[in-house]
Ligand binder design. Structure first.
Ligand code: NAD
Length: 472
């Protein structure tokens, strides 16, 4: 590989990528990663790497996404540190073989489910949380005893370069390696025979990744996106709902896979809720959010222009101001939106919040059932039965009642999508399980060997039929 500058390496070609994957697989076969202390050492090293580069990380995220330090620290650094600390604390328990019952047929025997690492895994990340969404899967992969190659997003170049530099300086590439770049190196990586593939990104590219994985029968986790509905019923505490929704929608300027994509507001509550939402926005970002130090920017011009096109329809009731040169897009709320408006077609992934009013919740549930399953679903109501009705009626990767992001902020819960929003999950133990093969192992004694199971079969079929359920 050609090293250009500290931490900045030219995208390797397919041959170099093949060599990297092969040497990592060879290292895995030495069995070094099976030792739990070895894994703990890598996790502690990763922890120290993050802590010592905190300022650089915050600066890179500021350059890529104008990220406010509080948002950047909590969502990129703290989340990974918590994942590391949880893994360090609980690794022994997660990795312990779990005893299973042994049937009489096998007596004498002991049976266990043994979590085993897959080998060398590939982690591909998106640009919106460019550090966390690469390193949180890496924590789980390493805790489970795998080696990893990571491919950060080229659309967050400052973070990608920093990440590559830090990892290269800190880790033996046999354990953790980085490949930077866009489509070409990613496709070269996808051509390799990795043992597991963990992809976070859009549904369209998720399909490309899964097709590539099929070539090698590589198991995949796909963490994808979707249009996350957020329902606001008239019995909701409007002020709290508005604050929570505004925070979740405009955190990272709406460039969050689980942010509320659109609102479904009960007609009788529309005016009160929009008033509360405007008040929350002023409280958070002041009269002019462009001047707020706590509001992020849009990642690039392409996404900026895509978002700006949504301003043509409906009635802008908050925000709407944009500055392409600064990639500034005000926190925007658009009312008078119908299900057929263009903004309701695809994932918005930005600070535009369309508001659709409803009269009949059952009809909205039926409509949502017709759509692809989202990554997140939110319902604000004081009525637990109403919340249950929505939760039962509409499937989603995760859901929160009366809050936004709560299903993610509890790192004890598995985080992942369903249907078009993905497959598989991670965080905490769910991450360890994702990167572990559950291997079934039976150890038998030899002092008893029932003749019954061997040919020639002397037992009548009638006796067999009675016996089998008793001994299996
Ligand atoms: P993306 O799918 O465009 O890119 C993701 C990764 O795939 C990048 O590393 C990119 O280099 C690579 N890639 C792009 N085109 C490729 C191709 N043709 N072949 C192979 N690799 C290719 O996604 P993005 O724009 O970076 O991220 C935004 C999307 O990610 C949104 O849909 C969002 O909802 C989703 N997302 C999901 C989660 C989650 O946890 N479920 C988290 C963050 C973002």
């Amino acid at each position: 590989m050609t090293i250009h500058a500290a931490g900045n390496v030219a995208a390797p070609n397919a041959t170099e990528i093949g060599r990297l994957a092969e040497t990592q697989r060879r290292f895995f076969r030495t069995g070094a990663t099976r030792d739990l202390d070895f894994r703990r050492r890598q996790l502690r090293t990763l922890r120290a790497m993050l802590v010592s580069h905190e300022t650089d990380i915050l600066e890179a995220l500021r350059r890529d996404l104008g990220r406010p330090p509080a948002e950047a620290y909590s969502s990129e650094i703290a989340v990974v540190l918590i994942e590391i600390d949880t893994a360090l604390r609980r690794l022994a328990g997660w990795a312990r073989p779990k005893r299973a019952r042994s049937p009489r047929l096998l007596f004498p025997a002991s049976s266990h489910v043994v979590p085993e690492p897959f080998g060398s895994v590939l982690v591909i990340g998106p640009w919106n949380y460019p550090l966390q969404l690469v390193l949180a899967p890496v924590v789980a992969a390493i805790a489970a005893g795998n080696c990893a190659v990571v491919k950060p997003s080229e659309l967050a170049p400052a973070t990608s370069t920093l990440l590559a530099g830090m990892i290269r300086k800190t880790f033996d590439p046999n354990i953790l390696a980085v490949v930077e770049g866009g489509i070409e190196p990613t496709q070269a990586l996808l051509g390799q025979d990795f043992d597991y593939l963990f992809f976070t990104g859009g549904t369209k590219i998720g399909k490309i990744v899964m097709a590539a994985a099929a070539e090698h029968l590589t198991p995949v986790t796909l963490e994808l996106g979707g249009k996350n509905p957020c329902i606001v019923a008239a019995d909701t505490d409007m002020k709290t709902a508005a604050r929570r929704i505004a925070w979740g929608k405009y955190f990272n300027a709406g460039q969050t896979c689980i942010s509320p994509d659109f609102l479904l507001v009960e007609r009788s509550a529309e005016a009160a809720f929009l008033g509360a939402l405007r008040a929350a926005l002023t409280e958070f970002y002041g009269a002019d959010p462009a001047k707020s130090a706590d509001y992020a920017r849009i990642v690039n011009e392409r996404h900026f222009d895509r978002l700006a096109s949504f301003l043509d329809r409906g009635r802008v009731v908050a925000g709407g101001e944009i500055d392409r040169a600064q990639r500034y897009f005000a926190p925007t709320v658009i009312a008078d939106i119908g299900w057929d408006d263009p903004v309701m077609a695809d994932e918005i992934f930005g600070p535009v919040l369309p508001v659709v009013v409803y009269d009949d919740l059952d009809a909205e549930i039926a409509r949502l059932q017709e759509r692809p399953k989202p990554l997140a679903l939110y319902i604000f109501t004081a009525d637990g039965n109403r919340a249950d009705k929505v939760l039962h009626g509409v499937s989603s990767g995760g859901a929160s009642v009366n809050d936004i992001f709560a299903q993610l902020l509890n790192l004890e819960l598995p985080f992942g999508g369903v249907g078009d929003s993905g497959m598989g999950a991670y965080h905490g133990k769910a991450g360890f399980d994702t990167f572990s093969h559950r291997r079934a192992i039976v150890r038998r004694g030899t002092w008893l060997d029932l003749k019954l199971k061997y040919p020639p079969y002397k037992t009548s079929l009638a006796v067999f039929k009675k016996l089998l359920p008793r001994i299996m």
